[in-house]
Design a protein around this ligand. Structure first.
Ligand SMILES: NC(=O)c1ccc[n+]([C@@H]2O[C@H](COP(=O)([O-])OP(=O)(O)OC[C@H]3O[C@@H](n4cnc5c(N)ncnc54)[C@H](O)[C@@H]3O)[C@@H](O)[C@H]2O)c1
Length: 256
């Protein structure tokens, strides 16, 4: 129902998991998709899958933690699309396990560089093009760990609370333009990231059940469920939505 016909879109971390599902969903809605990723194999594979299905997609090599890399990627997107970019999804992110006693300054710097500075650099590189056309949607992938604390995830939650803050402040700064800023706060979603974590446990099946049970619905989310919400925030039907942190967590944060 929602259309992104001929819209120029950018999805960071589009080479895996949630970003991959968003790239496919945007293409199915008619968008021109740019898959930005640090991992050339994953990114190129997703762009290839979309083209094979009849869509328009390009892989662009980008490390969002490096300002020069974001600027170069944005330049490429803009130069190949008449200076236009309509939708930016800042989805690339990394995790870390640790408490206040086991998280080092270097751990925090590493997560901050990708999860927070990545949002800043990529948005700064593409926002002027959106402002010029007076239309745009920026969707940041935060986490339920940007709304409530998570045990043993100090650095991760610190960065995701920051993503929610960036989203809300930017929504206010640009509220009178037609460029909107929103973020999504997923609970646990079954992606290669989560699958890799599960393989670290002695009994991955038991670990899966325990992870699933942290959601009130006692299941993990699917990447496609996050992609559908991202599409909603990208299109004009959500024009009155800005500064929101959309929780999609199977009831995890609803209460005990
Ligand atoms: N999976 C979950 O349970 C979950 C829950 C809440 C929020 N999130 C958030 O969703 C986003 C995607 O998570 P996912 O589970 O799909 O992860 P994933 O690991 O499956 O995919 C992440 C992608 O980002 C890319 N990436 C990592 N660092 C990058 C960098 N510096 N520059 C460019 N690309 C980079 C990776 O190569 C990978 O393709 C993250 O921001 C994550 O914090 C995930």
């Amino acid at each position: 129902m929602f259309s992104l016909k001929d819209k120029v879109t950018v999805v960071t971390g589009g080479g895996s998991g949630i970003g991959q599902a968003i790239a496919h969903c945007f293409s199915d809605a008619g968008a021109i998709v740019h898959v930005l990723d640090l991992n050339p194999e994953g990114g190129a594979a997703v762009a290839g899958e979309i083209r094979a299905a009849g869509g328009r997609a390009t892989f662009v090599d980008c490390d969002v933690s490096q300002e020069s890399s974001c600027d170069a990627a944005a330049q490429r997107v803009l130069s190949e699309n008449g200076g236009h970019c309509d939708v930016l999804v800042n989805n690339a992110g990394i995790g870390h396990v640790g408490t206040i006693m086991t998280t080092t300054g270097a751990d925090l710097d590493r997560l901050y560089a990708v999860n927070v500075k990545g949002v800043l650099y990529m948005t700064r590189a593409l926002l002027p093009a959106m402002l010029e056309r007076r239309w745009g949607s920026v969707v940041n992938m935060a986490s339920i760990g940007g709304i409530v604390g998570i045990r043993d995830r100090l650095a991760y939650t610190a960065t995701k609370f920051a993503v929610v803050g960036i989203t809300k402040s930017s929504a206010l700064d640009y509220a009178e333009t037609k460029v909107r800023f929103n973020c999504i706060c997923p609970g646990r979603v079954e992606t290669p990231w989560v699958q890799a974590r599960l393989r670290e446990y002695p009994d991955p099946k038991k670990a899966y059940e325990e992870m699933a049970a942290t959601q009130a619905q006692r299941r993990m989310g699917r990447p496609e469920e996050i992609a559908a919400a991202t599409l909603y925030l990208a299109v004009d039907e959500s024009a009155f939505v800005t500064g929101s942190a959309l929780i999609i967590d199977g009831g995890l944060s609803a209460g005990k």
